[in-house]
Design a protein around this ligand. Structure first.
Ligand SMILES: NC(=O)c1ccc[n+]([C@@H]2O[C@H](COP(=O)([O-])OP(=O)(O)OC[C@H]3O[C@@H](n4cnc5c(N)ncnc54)[C@H](O)[C@@H]3O)[C@@H](O)[C@H]2O)c1
Length: 357
């Protein structure tokens, strides 16, 4: 069987996680690359074996030149997700778009409509849906281990982890830690709970510490980026806190930061009628009752996050969905719902009022 031809638009820091899997899959050929920055795209082409004549700086030219393309990963900055995904879908390609789906729900809806109009798959790169811990927790949920999960906490706090470059430029990122980090953990909880509908959102954002360029140590996030020379004014929040209420009566409390005078930490906490969980940096801890006593259970066979495995499973799932019609576990509609939540948090932060959806 002929291999499906894949292209990646945006060849920056996250792109190797897509590129290597199109190279490694027996069902795909990494066929073309596109980036506004030709040098960056050429370097990736050399690294992953794409011929120079199939390296582009203009996505529309790529689609005109290569009608044989079938799969496209969109790995650009957030504001270009919509235009690149819609162009790919209109060119008859299936799209795997990095998170967040777009910079607002209106764009996300346009993307979903383009996928439906063209009868193509638009999958969202909610990579934590492919995490082993997710599977373990889903088994617990299915077995009724937690009972009713009525409250959850999703935390993604960085003390000094402002990514810099376009991540701090609202016109290209759409926002700060909420849209960049919060999206991962909000989606984790929603997906685990079977994608409940959102009823209302109350949120607050703060911009107090900015990118902490004054801090002499631990500038890793900024220095590591290819775009470290690109220094627009930082105009996104550096802390967000929000309370999200779902239609099953449960609530989710979210905290995410790029900069904070506090500990760097991340995790998912679940509180159910029969048991609870804390998925922390050191693994999965479960809390329950046994023989009228409180017990703590540490999951012995759960490891931390394995990014190679998560991205491999994500890209291979995308390929499987297109090739075999397998049902997609991260469809566009879930991306749209997430963008509605993020829009509502920003709206609530702006007005100081709860937003009812
Ligand atoms: N799933 C994850 O865990 C994860 C982790 C990091 C980043 N991401 C997401 O991946 C995306 C890219 O992030 P990154 O860290 O690789 O950024 P990056 O700045 O390293 O790379 C982005 C690239 O996109 C290119 N680009 C922008 N607009 C373009 C357009 N219209 N056409 C062609 N190229 C274009 C830029 O030139 C740049 O090279 C973001 O949406 C980010 O949120 C996801």
């Amino acid at each position: 069987m002929e291999k499906m031809k894949a292209a990646v638009i945006g060849t920056g820091s996250i792109s190797p996680n897509h590129l290597r899997n199109y190279v490694n899959s027996p069902y795909t050929e990494l066929y073309a690359l596109c980036d506004l920055n030709r040098e960056r795209a050429l370097a990736r082409a050399a690294e992953f074996g794409v011929p120079e004549e199939r390296v582009f700086t203009d996505k529309d030219e790529m689609f005109r030149t290569l009608p044989e393309l079938e799969l496209v990963s969109v790995c650009t900055w957030n504001s270009a997700h919509a235009e690149c995904s819609i162009a790919a879908l209109n060119a008859g390609c299936n799209v795997l778009c990095e998170k967040p789906m777009a910079i607002n729900a209106a764009q996300a809806l346009e993307m979903q409509a383009a996928a439906e109009k063209n009868g193509k798959l638009l999958m969202i790169g909610f990579v934590r849906r492919h995490e082993e811990n997710m599977k373990v927790l889903q088994d617990c949920v299915r077995a009724g281990f937690f009972g009713d999960i009525y409250y959850a906490k999703a935390t993604y706090l960085r003390r000094n982890g402002h990514p810099g470059g376009w991540f701090g430029d609202k016109s290209r990122s759409g926002g700060g830690p909420l849209i960049d980090l919060g999206v991962h953990v909000i989606d984790f909880v929603r997906y685990l709970k079977g994608n409940p509908k959102t009823v209302s959102v109350y949120g607050a954002t703060y911009q107090k510490l900015f990118d902490r360029a004054n801090i002499k140590s631990a500038k890793g996030y900024i220095a590591a980026r290819d775009n470290s020379q690109d220094k627009p004014p930082v105009d996104v929040e550096d802390l967000v806190t929000a309370l999200i209420r779902f239609d099953d009566g449960s609530t989710l409390s979210v905290e995410a930061s790029f900069s904070l005078n506090g500990e760097t930490k991340g995790g998912i906490e679940l509180f159910g009628t029969k048991a609870g969980a804390n998925l922390a940096d050191d693994g999965l801890h479960l809390y329950s009752e046994m023989n009228d006593r409180l017990v703590n259970i540490d999951h012995a066979d759960v490891k931390g996050q394995d990014f190679d495995q998560m991205f491999r499973d994500e890209v291979y799932h995308f390929i499987d969905c297109v090739q075999n019609g397998t049902e997609c576990i991260a469809p566009a509609e879930d991306g749209v719902e997430l963008m509605r939540i993020l829009d509502a948090v920003y709206e609530s932060a702006r007005t100081g009022h709860e937003v009812v959806l």
